[in-house]
Design a protein around this ligand. Structure first.
Ligand code: C5P
Length: 298
């Protein structure tokens, strides 16, 4: 042991689009979604140690569940060439909020372990390991902007977008088994053919800026039924920014803003109404996945 440690961001994500195409024979649903890492992040530190351990620091009242079931902890076991590490996880991304927080923590652990490993797997093989932990985890291995298809595990990295500012609202609402519930609430008329996502991809590939009319989330129609009380947060954000979209399966919501100043002002206004809001910006793949390596005594 030479006391090396790595420190990584574990960024949250939003979905620019999320379309559900229909039910698959395996009981899952076929989706098309364009995912984007944002500046709201957890921090993961992994330090070489004789005895593996996990400590978590989180805002008061955060329900993290049993530590041994934490996805970050399970990621250590999943990496095929992990050195023993003491893991420290500092949570800022609310769990079960549609922001991919737990999945991002797990991917950050995998990236960190890979950096400490004498035989690194590299991103492509890390994504395969990540998929064993959950459908959302592989995206966070590379982060940035990516198209996801299938159950969400078939990824295509897209070129980095010009930075964009958003207002993110994180309602303190909990729905047990929300992802299954939301898929279950969809009817045949909610299914689409992926055309909105294809349109967004064409727009991005020709360098056109993102506009709100390009954004869609199929779950927006049914989310209020799964999260009683969500409507108040949605209308407050829509009033402040002109629109509001669900992040993943919710309950978090976001709105696209024209710049940092507009986003910060809108978030501050919302907080005066006791709506938990913050201004965040999009992060590129490189910024999302940077690893800081420290050597004790160096
Ligand atoms: O991926 P995750 O385990 O969070 O999914 C929870 C549930 O949501 C699944 O068991 C399935 O019922 C539903 N689901 C789905 N189609 C997907 C992803 C999840 O039907 N693409």
């Amino acid at each position: 042991m030479n006391g090396r440690s790595v420190v990584l961001r574990a960024c949250a994500k939003i979905n620019w689009t999320l379309e559900v195409l229909g039910r698959r024979p395996d009981g899952y649903h076929e989706i098309r979604t364009v995912l984007q890492t944002i500046s709201l992040c957890d921090t993961v530190a992994a330090c070489e140690a004789r005895t593996p351990s996990l400590t978590v620091a989180a805002p008061a009242g955060t329900d993290l569940g049993p530590l041994e079931e934490n996805l970050a902890w399970r990621a250590v076991a999943a990496h095929t060439d992990a050195v023993p590490v003491a893991l420290r996880l500092r949570k800022r991304v609310p769990p079960a909020a549609g922001l991919g927080g737990g999945s991002s923590d797990a991917a950050a652990v995998l990236r960190g372990l890979d950096r400490l490993s004498a035989r690194p797997l590299g991103p492509a093989r890390l994504e395969v390991v990540a998929a064993t932990l959950g459908s959302d985890v592989p995206f966070f291995v590379r982060g940035g902007t990516q198209l996801a298809a299938g159950r969400g595990e078939l990824l295509q990295p897209l070129p980095d977008l010009a930075p964009a500012w958003l207002v993110l609202v994180t309602p303190p609402l909990v729905a047990e088994g929300k992802t299954r519930r939301l898929f279950g609430l969809l009817g045949a008329t909610d299914f689409s053919d992926g055309a909105a996502t294809a349109r967004l991809l064409r727009r991005l590939s020709t360098g056109q800026p993102l506009t709100t009319d390009a954004l869609v989330n199929t779950f927006d129609r049914v989310a209020d039924a799964a999260f009683p009380g969500l409507a108040r947060y949605r209308s407050a954000l829509a009033l402040a920014c002109g629109h509001a979209l669900l992040c993943g399966a919710g309950p978090s919501l976001f709105a696209l803003c024209s710049g940092a100043r507009e986003a910060r002002a809108a978030a501050a206004r919302l907080r005066t109404l006791r709506v938990p809001a913050r201004a965040v910006r999009t992060l590129t793949a490189g910024t999302s996945t940077r690893v800081r390596v420290c050597v004790a005594g160096a």
